[in-house]
Design a protein around this ligand. Sequence first.
Ligand code: FE2
Length: 729
Amino acid sequence: MAAVQNLDQHPWQDDPRHNDPAGQTGEKMMDYRVTFHTGDLAFAWMVGYVEVNLVGTDGESGPHQLSKWVPSYLRGVSTFNVSCSQNIGQLVLIKIRKTFSLPRVGWFLAKMEVKSPIGVVFNFPVYQWITDSEEHIYREGKALLAADETTEQAKEARVRELDERRTDYSWKEYKKGTPHCIRADTVRDLPLDEHFSDTKQAEFAYNLVNGLVKLGLTDIAECKNSWTNIHDMERLHNCHRTKIGDYVCEHWKDDAFFGYQFLNGINPMLIKRCRDLPHNFPVTDQMVFQDPQFTLDDELKKGNLFLCDYKVLDGVPANIINGQPQYLMAPLVLLHRTPDDKLMPIAIQLKQAEAWDNPIFTPADSMYDWLLAKIFVRSADFNLHELNAHLLRTHLLAEVFTVSLLRNLPKVHPLYKLLIPHTRYTLHINILARNNLISENGVFTKYAASGGEGMLIILQRSLSSLTYRSLCIHDDMEDRGLEDVPGFYYREDGQKLWDIIHRFQQLFVEDILRFYYKTDARMHEDTELQSWIGDIYEHGFLSNEATGIPEKFSTVDDLVKFVTMVLFTCSAQHSAVNTGQFDYDGWMPNTPSTLKQPPPTTKGTTTEADILETFPEMGTTVMNMTTLWLLSTQSTDTASGKLESIPAIIGREAGTPGQVASPGAVHAPDRYFGEYPEDHFTEDRPCQLIKKFQAEIKKFTEEVNTRNEGLEVPYTYLDPQVFANSVSI
Ligand code: FE2
């Protein structure tokens, strides 16, 4: 038997004589002080009756209502006494039931602490909305594998938790040949725990409304006029500027900048060292080298030639926008590393098959021929980047990792504790992406060259050719032969971050996992863990052995590497391909989402007017730019994010500057990389490791900032002060 008292509301009840029925018989009562931490979220508080049952290794308190007569008001920190007639030993779990509350959405219970009669504190991480009057069970914070469970109640709780989760989170095939996703058509179908906070939701919606409706961009989306001069585009550019965006606007025609973007733009995932020229790309010395000191053979041997091959786009049907056919090429680009370490494009072939009407363009051609060839490459890059590097390789994979985590690992599992912060908001943002970007009427579907049928083909081809090694930045750089390319900041920063996450000085993922998996055998017997990777293999990579994704883990080393990849993909890699979208693609001529004239089939005929006519319509340009702005925006912490309407822009003097946001610092993420405000881990060792991890991240940020001070174009997308823990935008 036990009695409960709310110490905040009724301090007089601290006197055990008031609620210690056992005291009347002279028995000594054992008081457990239970502290509830209600989350600091909008509408997280609760007024009502709550029943708790403390379960320990030597017994349980039995169900007790926190207050009998007056409803409890739970907000911030609230402490109650639960008196038991016996010591119930080490606490294992708490059962909670909200028996009655005012009709509201729910109660966000962040965590609980229980102080035993002898002063031992037990922590119970929750971080969950309680919306019903069912019993909920929360485990003590010490991470445990299933094999470590010692009580039947704990074992049953573990099974029950996963059964419930598998009901709430199930798989669905989105489209054939693409990673499976959460079975939820709209955000409302998602459990409340996965929703954006009210603030983020309101601000996100506000941006969308602000950008697309209130400023009249819906009407502009229907503006079918072609651009007639570059100055109108500059006026549009002025409506929202960033420092890098300004640089792009100034240098988009430069060959050196064209080459630079393959390394440090937002799609550093395609370029590779060229060892042999592809048979379908018959470049000759005479075409590309005016200087006799260079030959293709020599430069190939020296490793100075690089290739970007968009063959995955070959034969992909292009979109039709406003009744006009669009054009999406599958180019081949040859780049030469010059003695002064510039990466210069030296040949472009816009279609894969060698043919008389498929010329190889070089810088020796007319200015407009060469510029238009580069524009077609940049447009192809936009489409491949958004669908493969961004959507598939970060958003969709992050969703697979998330759903598998939620279905297979209970909250008390160490891997759940390690990865759950890196899944924040991913399901919500992906539903928005499926419904608003790539749906039938989605912005991408309507305004990108690959929108529609082509989109699915690109996703299917990209997934079937994706490899595990390409998701691990060290392996990826080795496979693409890019280990020693100077000035490749994506590689430099990405590899350092990978090492910090992985095992820098035996830290973080390596140490945390080895703390729980002392031997490979312990990992083999962890069926929850093996189900987690099994689901990823089946639902994410469609059981394609050729990807190299493990179907199960054999060694702890395998596990450590895979978990590092998951954490890196959900945070750093997403930032590398997401954060700079507005910087690099906001200035449309640098990266047109689509092109509405076919490429030239002969040389020497292209004019400036042809290029303007090839660019997307004004409406398409504006809609795409608005979307990129939104997708580069982590939250509304912005002074300059407001877009102006096109009439206002066009009506303004070209030179009128808009505000310029600092590179990579346009908006603050919800939670910076490495920030863990939720105490999922409660043991000393993982908490110490997290602190060391955060210290390493801070040091790395300082290094990046110092390096960037000396760069003409700073590379900020892998600065941990720029990106979030998870795919949330
Ligand atoms: Fe994104």
